[in-house]
Design a protein around this ligand. Structure first.
Ligand SMILES: [Zn+2]
Length: 411
C-alpha cells in the first residue's frame, strides 16, 4: 500500500502560516512516544463524547509539520491491540509498541479479582492512558501478593499478540517495532503497587529476552532508577550484552548521573515536554549525547507549558525566526517589511501553528487545548536545540537517525 498522505484526508488544514524557519532546512521528526490509541483522540474524554472523532486530523497535522512517523505506545493489552489497528489504518506512518505499563500492572496483583480482560472492560471501558504527572490526592497502593496463575496467562497473551503482530503485517516491514511500554514508576504508586510493578517488569523482561528475534525495548522509568537498572541487568546481563536491539528510556526526567549510566549501557534517552519542567531538567537535557537522543510528545500528556523552564528556549527560537523573516522581507520590499512588523506586534511570543480551541468549542482542523498531539514535536526539537546550543537540524537529524537505527521504521 502507498504511504499515508495527508492530502487524501477529508479534514482541512486550517493552519495559520508558520513563521519561516531561520534556515531553509525542512525538519523531519519521528514521534517515538504518542498514545494515539487513547480515546481522547476520538473525541472521548473520560468516557464522555466532547466532539467528533478527529484522529485523522491529528495525524494530518503531524505529517504537515514533518512528523511523518509515529510510534504509537501500547500500554496495556487493549491499547496494544488498538495501536496495531491504527498501524493498519495508517501504513508507513503509524508503528506500534506492545507491552504493559507499570501504571497498568495492578492486573498482576492478587487484589485485582477479575480476569484482566474482563476487568479492563468493566473498570476502564475507555482505556485512557495514565496522566503524565503524579496525583498526590490518590492513596498509594499496597502489594497484596501476585496472582501467578493470572500472570502466566497475561504473559502468554502478550507473547501471542506479539507473535501475531509480527506475522500478520500490512506492509513489507512489521508495524510492531518495540516491546513496551514497560518499566517502573514509583511516582505513581496510586495506580499500582511497587510489588506488582516489580513483578510486571521482571516478567515482561523475561519475555522480551526470550522472543526471537528480540524487539528493541520502549522503557519507562520514574523515580525508580536503581531497581530499574537492576532488573534490566538481571534479564540481559551486567552490560546488557544480551540485549540484541537496544532500547530507549522514554520521557526521561531523572538525574544526569542516571542518564549517563543508561547511555553507558547503550540505551537511548527519549525527551518530551516533561523533560523541560525545571532548570535541573534542562541541565540534564544539555548532557544527552546527540548520538543517544530520541524525541517524542507523549501526547495527550506532557505538553510544553509557559511555566516550564524549557519555554524560554521556544521564545528565543521564535525571536530568531522573526528576525530572519524580517531580513527576508527587507530584501524583498520595504513596505512589506513595515506591514510585517505591524502584524508581528500583535502576535504572542510563541504563536500556535494551528488553531487551538477548548474541547467544547471543537471545530474541524483545530487542536484541542490541553490535549497534546504529535504536531507539537517541533517544539521539543527547538527547545533541545536551544538548550544544547546546536541547530534544530542537528537535533532532528540525530534523533531521526537514532530512531531509524533502533526501531527500523524507515522501510
Ligand atoms: Zn511512559
Amino acid at each position: 500500500m502507498p504511504e499515508y498522505n495527508p492530502s487524501d484526508l477529508p479534514n482541512g488544514h486550517s493552519a495559520t502560516p508558520a513563521v519561516s524557519s531561520p534556515t531553509a532546512y525542512q525538519p523531519r521528526y519521528i514521534d517515538i512516544g504518542i498514545n494515539l490509541a487513547d480515546p481522547i483522540f476520538r473525541g472521548r474524554y473520560r468516557g464522555k463524547v466532547a466532539h467528533p472523532d478527529d484522529l485523522e486530523g491529528v495525524v494530518a497535522r503531524a505529517v504537515e509539520v514533518g512528523c511523518t512517523k509515529l510510534i504509537v505506545t501500547g500500554s496495556s493489552m487493549k491499547s496494544s491491540r488498538n495501536a496495531l489497528q491504527l498501524a493498519k489504518q495508517f501504513p508507513g506512518t503509524v508503528f506500534t509498541t506492545a507491552g504493559i505499563h507499570p501504571c497498568s500492572s495492578s492486573i498482576f496483583g492478587l487484589s485485582h479479582q477479575k480476569h484482566h480482560e474482563e476487568s479492563e472492560e468493566v473498570e476502564e471501558p475507555e482505556d485512557h492512558t495514565p496522566a503524565c504527572g503524579p496525583d498526590p490526592t490518590q492513596p498509594i497502593q499496597d502489594g497484596h501478593g501476585i496472582n501467578h496463575t493470572r500472570s502466566e496467562q497475561i504473559i502468554k497473551d502478550l507473547a501471542d499478540l506479539i507473535a501475531q503482530a509480527r506475522t500478520h503485517t500490512v506492509t513489507a516491514s512489521p508495524e510492531l517495532v518495540a516491546f513496551g511500554e514497560f518499566g517502573l514508576d514509583y511516582d505513581r504508586l496510586h495506580f499500582c503497587s511497587k510489588e506488582a510493578q516489580l513483578h510486571s517488569f521482571a516478567a515482561q523482561l523475561q519475555l522480551a529476552a526470550s522472543i526471537s528475534p528480540q524487539l528493541p525495548l520502549f522503557l519507562h522509568s520514574r523515580a525508580a532508577h536503581t531497581d530499574f537498572v537492576r532488573l534490566l541487568k538481571d534479564a540481559f546481563g551486567p552490560r546488557l550484552e544480551r540485549l540484541e536491539k537496544g532500547g530507549v528510556v522514554h520521557s526521561f526526567t531523572g538525574t544526569a548521573e542516571e542518564m549517563r549510566e543508561l547511555m553507558d549501557l547503550g540505551l537511548y534517552i527519549g525527551i518530551n515536554g516533561c523533560s523541560f519542567k525545571t532548570a535541573e531538567n534542562c541541565d540534564v537535557v544539555r548532557e544527552v549525547d546527540l548520538s543517544r537522543l530520541m524525541i517524542e510528545t507523549d501526547g495527550p500528556w506532557c505538553e510544553v507549558r509557559p511555566a516550564h523552564e524549557g519555554w524560554k528556549y521556544l521564545v528565543e527560537w521564535e525571536a530568531k525566526a522573526k528576525a530572519a523573516a524580517e531580513a527576508e522581507a527587507e530584501a524583498q520590499q520595504q513596505q512589506q517589511q513595515q506591514q510585517a512588523k505591524k502584524n508581528q506586534k500583535k502576535e504572542p511570543e510563541v504563536p500556535d501553528r494551528f488553531k487551538v480551541v477548548k474541547k467544547e468549542k471543537w471545530v474541524e482542523g483545530a487542536m484541542v487545548k490541553g490535549r497534546n498531539e504529535p504536531c507539537t514535536i517541533e517544539r521539543i526539537a527547538r527547545i533541545i536545540a536551544g538548550i544544547k546550543g546546536v541547530s534544530v537540524e542537528e537535533v532532528c537529524e540525530a534523533a531521526w537517525a537514532n530512531t531509524v537505527n533502533v526501531f527500523d521504521v524507515d522501510g
